[in-house]
Design a protein. Structure first.
Length: 286
């Protein structure tokens, strides 16, 4: 009988921009908009002055050091990373920010080198280069076989424009809106529709949402692995607060939820498709 324990690799603040991007095979524009440093290569020079020469360009696995071999040895059930940078060669630097992170789309293999099951971009750098930078980030993840989907409650005429304004439809494997389904979260049928459309099993799918009942409890009830976006809706006191949470846009505390009663095998073969399912409700301005 399989163990109820789930082993996790949590990679917080995977920052592959600035100086790291410059030493990888396809460095992007080195310009920075910081108060003291305006060229990302300066960070490379500072690192070399402190620790010795860096043989750049380095290969895509180099930033992970000994971690990749250790991960293969430990074989965690889930690998979750927070990508603390946008992935874009364009876009305008957001005004009013002291730090802007971006990595070249050509260097995305440095992210996939760790073969993440979940890649969170819910942090305060995903819009460093505006909506254009966000779209390019989604495109880069999409081309690496990471499936993205939206499952949301509401009227089609309200929710579809959010997606259209952001122009992210090409990167989504599924869009499920409650009005069109005639059922809404937390009804299990709406989650089942999304899974069927992308061909992923519930146990290998992560559902990210801000509503405790509709998103977190609803997803968990059908065997999905929910991640709660905090800071939007309070957690109901009649339910235990979930251990796996993402602090929206400011801090990322990435945890993973998988019900102990889950009877299917929790591991996946490395390289199989991943799905990240999102909810649009937390951004009413879109």
């Amino acid at each position: 009988m399989p163990s109820a324990a789930v082993t996790l690799f949590l990679g917080g603040d995977v920052m592959l921009g600035r100086g790291v991007d410059q030493i990888l095979p396809h460095p992007g524009d080195p310009r920075l908009w910081e108060r003291w440093i305006t060229d990302a290569r300066t960070y490379v020079e500072l690192a070399e002055s402190a620790s010795g020469p860096i043989p750049w360009p380095v290969d895509f696995a180099w930033p992970w050091g000994d971690a990749l071999a250790l991960l293969d040895q430990l074989a965690p059930d889930v690998r979750l990373v927070n990508l603390e940078t946008s992935v874009t060669a364009g876009g305008a630097a957001a005004l009013g920010k002291g730090v802007h992170y971006r990595m070249s789309p050509g260097n995305v293999p440095a992210l996939t080198a760790v073969d993440p099951d979940v890649c969170s971009i819910a942090n305060n750098h995903v819009l460093d280069f505006g909506v254009d930078g966000l779209k390019e980030t989604l495109a880069a993840l999409h081309t690496q076989g990471i499936r993205l989907g939206v499952v949301t409650n509401g009227a089609v005429q309200r929710q579809q424009p959010k997606i259209e304004v952001l122009q992210i439809r090409p990167y989504l494997s599924t869009i499920v809106i409650s009005e069109a389904m005639q059922v809404k979260k937390p009804d299990p049928r709406i989650f089942a529709r999304a899974l069927a459309e992308v061909g992923c099993s519930a146990s290998q799918t992560w559902f990210v949402g801000d509503h405790p009942v509709n998103d977190v409890l609803g997803a968990a009830a059908v065997g999905l692995r929910p991640i709660w976006l905090t800071g939007v809706h309070p957690w109901p006191t009649e339910h235990p607060e979930p251990p796996w949470q993402i602090g929206a846009l400011i801090e990322l505390v990435a945890m993973v939820q998988c019900p102990k009663s889950l009877s299917v095998e929790r591991t996946r073969h490395r390289g199989e498709p991943r799905l990240i399912s999102l909810d649009t409700g937390q951004h009413p301005e879109y």
